[in-house]
Ligand binder design. Structure first.
Ligand SMILES: [Zn+2]
Length: 348
């Protein structure tokens, strides 16, 4: 493989002891995603200095030999970190888990996030040519090996798809960042969830009451049977009916309790402030980006599924973003109304 290096002078010493390897990069040191990926993998940015990482064999021809890990000299916290250590570790674990290869000549931004809605497998991006002669090839998203699994071929133009996804994600991020817009809709959904929870609780209470009444009826009937007021065969007939009813009620109660637990989880306040702070910072930085890069995108989005009708399902890592995504039309409507009102106020 062709390897290109950029020599970076270490501050103070004047010796070119550090070099950042940009395998497969374009060669020029541009602030692109490959650089950022490498940067996030490079410990120097979190304040650790590794000496002797690369030995310059000949400065002129820039031939560089990698020194084995054990021969490297590591000094931790030698300078103010550029990247937060938490972020550094998080990103590296994400990239490792996804097997994202930054050594590819061109790594598609969404590679690693795309999944088939039907067979749940990772989707591939392949270069395809139009039927026209001498036409340029374009990347297409496809479910490789779909035939053998009885899945769908899914042929989607990657470039257009990426634009579309970035448009939606930016829109959602903007809505989240505008707290006036966000909370005017979100609160409503939160309140709705609270109402739903109360509804479940009341239904469960009602069922418990009905079960209690059935039990006391059964007790009374049993006493009547003992006293000889109720015939044995009538007792059996009635009690079977009551017991059947009670079993049904217990099943209903179980179902309601399950749904109540799910609702409670939705309104759980656990780690809420920590998550909120993390998300606020993430969105703020994300919106500042001129060019979107993987690091931010992968922290925001868990996965994207595509179905055979080209419907797209974006799963965010944050429940608030999922809530915006699920009710996007309503959020956009509110955003328009609020913006209109704000403009009117400015005019007056
Ligand atoms: Zn599939």
């Amino acid at each position: 493989m062709k390897t290109k290096q950029t020599i970076v002078k270490q501050q103070g010493s004047g010796e070119p002891t550090h070099s950042f390897s940009c395998d497969g990069g374009s060669g020029s040191y541009s602030w692109n995603e490959v650089t950022l990926c490498n940067m996030l993998k490079n410990e120097v940015y979190i304040g650790n200095t590794i000496q002797n990482k690369k030995t310059v064999v000949s400065y002129k021809v820039k031939k560089i030999r990698t020194v084995e890990k054990e021969n490297q000299i590591r000094v931790n916290n030698t300078h103010e970190p550029i990247i937060d250590e938490d972020v550094f570790e998080k990103v590296n674990s994400i990239l490792e888990k996804r097997g994202t290869n930054t050594k590819l000549k061109y790594d598609y931004l969404l590679r690693g996030l795309l999944y088939c809605y039907h067979c749940k497998r990772k989707l591939q991006i392949v270069l395809k040519k139009n039927s026209r002669r001498n036409s340029k090839s374009h990347p297409y998203i496809t479910c490789v090996g779909h035939k053998s699994r009885g899945c769908y071929p899914l042929s989607i133009n990657y470039e257009k798809f990426e634009k579309h996804i970035l448009y939606i994600v930016k829109k959602i991020a903007k809505i989240y960042a505008d707290k006036e817009v966000f909370y005017s809709v979100y609160e409503k959904y939160q309140n709705k969830t609270l109402d739903i929870r109360e509804g479940f609780k009341k239904k469960i209470e009602k069922i418990e009451k009905a079960v209690f009444e059935i039990n006391s009826d059964l007790d009374k009937m049993y006493m009547d049977k003992l006293k000889g007021v109720l015939l044995e065969e009538d007792y059996i007939r009635y009690s079977q009916k009551f017991i059947f009813e009670r079993t049904n009620l217990m099943k209903q109660k179980e179902e309601l309790q399950q749904r109540l637990i799910q609702t409670e989880e939705k309104i759980s306040y656990k780690n809420k402030t920590k998550e909120e702070k993390e998300l606020d910072e993430l969105i703020e930085n994300f919106l500042k980006l001129e060019q979107i890069d993987k690091i931010y995108l992968y922290r925001l989005i868990n996965k994207i599924e595509i179905d055979k009708d080209k419907n797209v399902y974006i799963y965010f890592n944050f429940s608030k973003l999922n809530s915006i995504n699920e009710n996007l039309d309503e959020f956009i409507k509110i955003e328009e109304i609020i913006n209109e009102n704000n403009q009117k106020r400015k005019v007056v």
